[in-house]
Each structure stands twice: as C-alpha cells, then as structure tokens.
Ligand binder design. Structure first.
Ligand SMILES: Cc1ncc(C[n+]2csc(CCOP(=O)(O)OP(=O)(O)O)c2C)c(N)n1
Length: 331
C-alpha cells in the first residue's frame, strides 16, 4: 500500500498517542492515583496504533474485541473520556464505571465482549461473526486480537476450526510478544510461528513484524478484506513486551532480561521516526510538537477522569447498567 503524507503523519500521531497513554497509565499507578492491575502496551504500540488506523480506513463495518493490552484502541472505539473514566471505575465511565476495562462491552459502538478468562474471547467472537453471515449481513467483519498465551488455550483451536469450516467473516490477530505473564513462549509452544495454528485449521495466515506500524496496517486491511469475503484468516504480529505483565510486576524475578539489549532498534516510535526522516516527511520539530500535543491531550483527559465520582452502590444492582444494551446489534 502506498501511504500518503497525511496518512503517514496520522500514523505517527497514533503511535505517539498510544505511547503517551501507556506513560500516563504508569504515571497514575506509580503516583498512587489509580489502583488495579493494568497491562499497558509499552513496546507494542505499532499493533495498537495500526489496528486503530486500519479499523478507521477499511470500507467494512468492523466489530472488534478488546484485550487487556489495547486500552488506546478500546478508547478510540467507545470514546476517550468514557473509556478512561471506566478504566478508573468512575461513574462517568462508558458503563458507569462498574465494568472497568476488562468487562467493557459497548455494542452500539461495535465493541464486543472480551473475557478475563483466557481463551474465551475467540469462540464468542467467532459465534458473533457466524451470526453476521447466517443473518445475511454483508460487508461486516469481526476482528479478534489476542496474545500468544491465549493461543495455547484449547477453545481457541476450536474457534479457528469452526470459523474455517463455516467460512465465518473473522480475522484472528495473534499479538505474539513472547511472554504470557511469566511464561516465555518456548515453555508453552513447540513452534515459534503461531500463525501456523491457523494454517493447520485450514485458514490463510501470515506472520509480520508487529513493530512496523505500516506492516500492521497493510496486513490488517488485507485480513479484513479477506474476512469480508468469508475467508477467515490469521495474522501473527511479532513484538516484544517491554515491561512486566502489569504495571508494578517485577519481571526481573522470572524473565531473562537480556531482551533489553538493543531494544531501541525495535522501538516502534523511534523506527517510524527514522522512516519519516528518511522519506523527508517530517522532522524532529514535528515529532516534538506531536509529543507535546498528545501529552497535553492525555494530561487533561486523565485529570478529568480521575476527578469524577465513583459509582453509587445501587448502580451495581441496576440491571439497566449491569447488562449491556443490545440496541446496537445488527440483526
Ligand atoms: C484461563 C486463564 N488462565 C490464566 C489466566 C491468568 N492470565 C491473565 S493474562 C495471562 C497471560 C496472557 O498472555 P498473552 O495471551 O500472551 O497476552 P499478553 O498478556 O502477553 O498480552 C494469564 C496467564 C486467566 N486470566 N485465565
């Protein structure tokens, strides 16, 4: 795909947006301003930014599942202010702050459920995509990103098998960051290339450099296109988890920390800056400007969210709040 100058600048802005959101999450947790186990996408920004861009630049209606590492993409789907308030369990959140990011569902915004139980999301997403086909809905697809650890759960194989047999309009995206909590990939998989799991289910599949934001966009657009033609498929995006499993997790206790050597070579933001410099599309002043703008935007958004009140006790028992509204369903 040939990216226009505007598209390249937009992609850079998205990368910086995702990186800044990660930085803000770390700042708020270590600053004692929010609590809970939050799993940022530090080092994996190209996947989050690339998916956000692809979802907004495909001709298809994209129903999508979130993950515990895709805060920025989920925020883009449901709205930044509502998402951040939800992340912080504030009453102004997308679903009144009672779901948090893990249990957030917003059907009228095409955000499908994702489960905290590893492995459950691909089967439910496959069922939803199958219903789109059975209901005669065309030009609508499901995008289902998940990690390498989840790929080892039995349900995921079954989901891929069913999707392949019934030609369901779904794109499976495996974010292979080489770690599942404290388990390195080689302890849970005898093969390094996880897209082969999809091939074994009879789907098309590929493996790409998940730290190359343009490669993520191109592969995702193609994968969505195939899915819309009832060719379910899988893309493995290889990346590196920089931090612990969640903010505050002491990964040095269990992880071989040699992965940190030369890490900047894989930094998706630095890499794209080099690409834009080489192409003469942007300069250092532009990079600094975008970083300052994103910082300002997210400083304000995080402050607004954290200042909001918590939900009331009654909200947790209110069925109109607890259960998702099915108004957004297409069929
Ligand atoms: C069935 C189940 N087992 C274990 C867990 C605990 N757990 C939560 S996230 C996670 C690792 C997920 O790894 P991966 O799918 O690679 O995603 P990543 O966190 O690396 O993005 C584990 C083991 C869980 N939530 N559900």
């Amino acid at each position: 795909m040939k990216f226009t100058k505007d598209q390249m600048l937009k992609l850079y802005e998205e990368l910086v947006h995702v990186r800044t959101m990660n930085d803000k999450i770390v700042e708020f947790i270590f600053g004692g301003r929010i609590a809970g186990a939050i799993h940022p996408s530090l080092g994996q920004e190209a996947i989050v930014a690339g998916l956000m861009f692809a979802y907004e630049n495909t001709p298809y209606e994209v129903w999508r599942t979130g993950t515990h590492r895709q805060q920025a993409a989920m925020a883009r789907t449901v709205g930044l202010d509502g998402f951040l308030a939800e992340l912080m369990n504030r009453a102004t959140g997308t679903v009144h702050g009672i779901a948090g990011e893990y249990h957030l569902v917003k059907l009228d915004k095409k955000l499908l459920p994702h489960s905290g139980v590893l492995g459950v999301t691909p089967p439910t997403a496959t069922g939803f995509a199958w219903s789109l086909k059975l209901g005669g809905k065309t030009n609508a697809v499901v995008s289902c990103p998940f990690g390498d650890g989840m790929m080892s759960e039995g349900y995921v194989y079954e989901a891929m098998n069913i999707a392949s047999i019934h030609k369901v309009p779904i794109l499976f995206i495996i974010e292979n960051n080489g770690m599942a909590m404290s388990t390195p990939l080689e302890w849970e998989s005898p093969i390094e290339d996880l897209y082969l799991r999809g091939i074994s289910a009879g789907m098309k599949g590929s493996s790409i450099d998940g730290n190359d934001v343009e490669a993520v966009v191109e592969a995702t657009l193609e994968g969505l296109d195939q899915a819309a033609k009832y060719n379910p498929n899988v893309i493995e995006m290889k990346t590196i988890r920089w931090g612990g499993h969640f903010v505050g997790d002491k990964q040095e206790v269990y992880r071989d920390m040699s992965f940190q050597e030369g890490l900047e070579k894989h930094d998706p933001v630095i890499r794209y800056e080099q690409t834009l410099l080489e192409r003469g599309v942007a300069n250092e002043d532009h990079f600094a400007k975008v970083k300052a703008e994103q910082r300002k935007l997210l400083d304000a958004a995080f402050e607004k969210a954290v200042e909001a009140p918590f939900p009331k006790k009654e909200d947790f028992l209110n069925p109109n709040i607890v259960y998702t509204n099915t108004d957004g369903l297409p069929l």
